[in-house]
Design a protein around this ligand. Structure first.
Ligand code: AHG
Ligand code: MN
Ligand code: MN
Ligand code: MN
Length: 335
């Protein structure tokens, strides 16, 4: 039982504050803000079947997706928490057309960090009581402190990330994050409302036996992906692999990090850049993957090297155990 003798997330953030590259305490305040918002959204997600927050919100977001009520609610909670505390200078979200600039009340624009979020990931799973998540990505602004943030502050390559993480609202609720010094996972004790360090130094096994891809799209995939899927299914050595696909990136990633596996959302003849968004889905997961001894690629190059050109840009995504991602890249390189 996690209780008084175990380290809490709050304690961990303070204890590790000095190892950050920039030690103003601002990043700690930001992580604490995200921790608080996570608890609020967790509470909402948990009671979703009891109150009228299941189903569609009746609107579409900028990417043409039908917004779920919980997409909208989670978006509001994270933005409110970060805005009210004035701990960031800007926020970009899957559910907002443009970034939101946050000016501090004293008009000094002193905050240095911008946050990009996918407030609710896997929202098609909400109505059927399957795990969903939240993904966040944190950068230091590029433009000078004291001026309003601009698009340039958000369109940074993933390798510039200061921190990234996710919350998984699963059988347990966990917050998993990195500040560039490994990946640590914290489990929420719902009775106390406290996150405890339950998974220190998380790492992808070097290789694994799980492949996660929406095989319903097989016919539309590039030949390299088709060949790799056939390779996964072939009876040889430690194969065939097991196929596991939840349809919630956070949940598929979390399982693969613990058990060993590869997640793929390739481009297809229907979606030329795949579906996942570079800035608030792929980059944060790529940072976590690399910090956990895994790998993330668009099939040809490192995700975190890509220079983004727009907020809601999509990119093909291959992520997981290093050897498996390398093998998938080998097949991609043939075409
Ligand atoms: P979101 O719910 O934030 O829009 O993200 C959904 C994403 C991702 O979580 C998941 O892996 C993928 O969409 C599933 O897409 P398909 O249903 O096309 O497989
Ligand atoms: Mn969505
Ligand atoms: Mn998502
Ligand atoms: Mn989402």
């Amino acid at each position: 039982m996690f209780d008084l003798q175990h380290k809490t997330l709050g304690e961990f953030i303070i204890a590790n504050q000095d190892s950050f590259q920039y030690t103003s305490g601002e990043l700690s305040r930001l992580l604490n803000g995200l921790r608080l918002a996570a608890k609020v959204v967790n509470h909402e997600v948990n009671k979703a079947g009891l109150v009228d927050i299941l189903g569609g919100a009746g609107d579409t977001n900028i990417q043409g997706e039908n917004q779920q009520k919980l997409d909208v609610l989670a978006n509001e909670k994270f933005i409110q928490t970060l805005k009210n505390r004035e701990i960031v200078c800007g926020i970009a979200s899957e559910e907002e057309d443009d970034f939101i600039a946050i000016n501090s009340k004293d008009e000094n624009h002193q905050n240095k960090y911008v946050v990009l979020i996918d407030p609710l990931d896997g929202s098609s799973n909400i109505d059927v009581n399957v795990s969903v998540g939240t993904i966040f990505s944190i950068y230091r602004r590029i433009t000078p402190v004291g001026t309003p943030v601009t698009m340039e502050d958000f369109l940074q390559p993933g390798k510039n990330q200061i921190a990234a993480g996710y919350i998984i609202y699963g059988t347990s609720t966990m917050l998993v994050y990195t500040t560039g010094d490994g990946v640590n996972g914290f489990t929420l004790n719902p009775a106390l409302g406290t996150f405890y360090l339950s998974h220190p130094n998380m790492e992808f096994p070097e290789t694994g036996k799980i492949y996660s891809v929406n095989e319903g799209n097989y016919i539309h995939f590039p030949q390299g992906v088709k060949d790799y899927i056939k390779y996964c299914q072939k009876e040889e050595g430690d194969r065939p692999y097991t196929s596991r696909y939840i349809g919630s990136l956070v949940s598929d990633f979390h399982r693969n990090m613990i058990k060993g596996g590869i997640y793929m959302y390739p481009k297809s003849s229907m979606a030329h850049n795949g579906k996942l968004r570079l800035l608030y889905e792929c980059n944060p997961m790529a940072f976590l993957a690399e910090q956990a001894n895994g790998k993330a690629s668009d099939g040809f190059q490192r995700i975190m090297d890509i220079q983004p050109s727009e907020l809601h840009e999509r990119v093909p995504f291959f992520c997981g155990s290093k050897k498996m991602v390398e093998k998938a890249e080998e097949f991609m390189a043939k075409y």
